[in-house]
Write a protein that binds this ligand. Structure first.
Ligand code: NAI
Length: 329
C-alpha cells in the first residue's frame, strides 16, 4: 500500500522503516500534522497513518476519502481524534494499536510521583548550583500512603502493581473492576470516596464524553487537602482553569501531567524561541509544585517497536483484505 505517514518525527521513520522490512509498503513521511489544511498531501495514498494530535475531524476524513484514502492506521491506542461516524459512512477502515507498552506509561506516572514527592527537579538544579541545603525539599513516604487509581485497565494494572510494591494502600475506581487489581487486595470505591481518601490520585481511564473534565471544580473540591494528582492519560480529563484554582487554594498540593487539554498546539515541537500564547499553560509552568512532561510517557524503545510492528501488521491485514483484530468499529 502507499501510506502517507503524518506527524512523522525521525524516530517514527526509524521504527516504521525497520518494521516495514524490505519495503513491503511505500511509506511517505510528512512532518506536518494531518489537518483539513494538510489533507491534500494524502491525495492518491490508499492509507494514511496518523498519531494522537492529527485531526481526523469530519472535514479531514471527507477530504482524504474524496482523494482515494481507504484506510486510517492510527499509531495510538486512543481514537478520540477520529470522526468514526463519518469514517464509517464513507467506508473507511480505522485500525489502531490497542496496547504497545502499558509498562512505559505506568513507569512514567511513577516517575512523576517521585519527582514531585521528593522534589527531584529542584534538587537536581540546586546541586548543580552547589546549593546543598535541604530546606524546601521535604517529601513524604510513599510506603503507607493511599493511592487512588482511576481506570484499572492495562496501564492502571501495571501502575497498581508498582505502587503495591512501594507498600501503598490502593483504592480503585472503574466501572469494570479488574481481577488483577482485586487479587492485589485493592478496594473498588465510588469516585468521590477515592478522591476524599487518596494522598495520590492517578488517572488511567480513557477520554470519552463521560470522563471529559472528570476532575472539575466540583470533584476537585472533594479531594483530600494537599493531594497529588497525576495525569498520564488524556488532557481533557482535567478542567485546567479549575485545576489552577485548586492549586492556588492548596486543595491540590502537587500536579504531575504528561498530557494537557490544549497540547496539540504545543507538544512534540521545539517552541523554545517562541512566545507561548497559552496563558493557562504558562501559569501551570510557573507553579513550584507542578511538573509537566510533553506526552512522553509512551516514549520507550519497546513501545515504539510495538507501535511500528503493530501498525505495519494492521496495514498488511487490511491490504490483503483479511479481518484485522485491531479495527475500531
Ligand atoms: P484500557 O482500555 O486497557 O483501560 C482503560 C480502563 O478505564 C478500563 O478498565 C475501563 O473500564 C476504564 N474506564 C472506562 N470508563 C471509565 C470511567 N468513567 N472511570 C474510570 N475508569 C473508566 O486502556 P489503557 O491501555 O490502560 O490506557 C488508558 C489510557 O492511557 C488511554 O485511554 C490513553 O488515553 C492513555 N495513554 C496515554 C499515553 C501517554 O503516552 N501518555 C500512552 C498510551 C495511553
Amino acid at each position: 500500500m502507499r501510506v502517507a505517514v503524518f506527524s512523522a518525527k525521525p524516530y517514527d521513520q526509524q521504527f516504521l522503516n525497520a518494521a516495514n522490512g524490505d519495503g513491503n509498503h511505500e511509506l511517505v513521511f510528512f512532518e506536518a500534522r494531518l489537518t483539513p489544511a494538510t489533507a491534500p498531501l494524502a491525495a492518491g495514498f490508499s492509507a494514511v497513518c496518523a498519531f494522537i494530535n492529527d485531526q481526523l475531524s469530519e472535514e479531514t476524513v471527507r477530504a482524504i476519502a474524496a482523494t482515494g484514502t481507504q484506510l486510517i492506521a492510527l499509531r495510538s491506542a486512543g481514537f478520540n481524534n477520529v470522526d468514526l461516524k463519518v469514517a464509517k459512512e464513507l467506508g473507511l477502515t480505522v485500525v489502531r494499536v490497542p496496547a504497545y507498552s502499558p509498562y512505559a506509561v505506568a513507569e512514567h506516572a511513577v516517575g512523576l510521583i517521585l519527582m514531585l514527592n521528593r522534589k527531584l527537579y529542584r534538587a537536581y538544579n540546586r546541586v548543580r548550583d552547589d546549593n546543598f541545603a535541604l530546606q524546601g525539599l521535604l517529601g513524604f513516604d510513599l510506603h503507607g500512603a493511599t493511592v487512588g487509581v482511576v481506570g484499572t485497565g492495562k496501564i492502571g494494572q501495571c501502575f497498581s502493581k508498582i505502587m503495591n510494591g512501594f507498600g501503598c494502600k490502593l483504592l480503585a475506581y472503574d466501572p469494570y473492576p479488574s481481577q488483577v487489581c482485586l487479587d492485589l487486595g485493592m478496594e473498588y470505591v465510588p469516585l468521590p470516596d477515592l478522591l476524599a481518601a487518596s494522598d495520590v490520585v492517578s488517572l488511567h481511564c480513557p477520554l470519552m464524553p463521560e470522563t471529559h473534565h472528570l476532575l472539575n471544580a466540583d470533584s476537585l473540591s472533594g479531594l483530600k487537602t494537599g493531594a497529588m494528582v497525576i495525569n498520564t492519560s488524556r488532557g481533557g480529563l482535567i478542567d485546567t482553569p479549575a485545576m489552577i484554582a485548586a492549586i492556588k487554594s492548596g486543595q491540590v498540593g502537587y500536579l504531575g501531567i504528561d498530557v494537557y487539554e490544549q497540547e496539540a498546539n504545543l507538544f512534540f515541537e521545539d517552541l523554545s524561541d517562541t512566545v507561548i500564547q497559552d496563558d493557562d499553560f504558562q501559569l501551570l509552568q510557573s507553579f513550584p509544585n507542578v511538573v509537566i512532561t510533553a506526552h512522553q510517557a509512551f516514549f520507550t524503545r519497546e513501545a515504539l517497536t510495538n507501535i511500528a510492528e503493530t501498525t505495519i501488521s494492521n496495514i498488511n491485514q487490511c491490504a490483503q483484505g483479511e479481518a484485522c483484530p485491531n479495527q475500531v468499529k
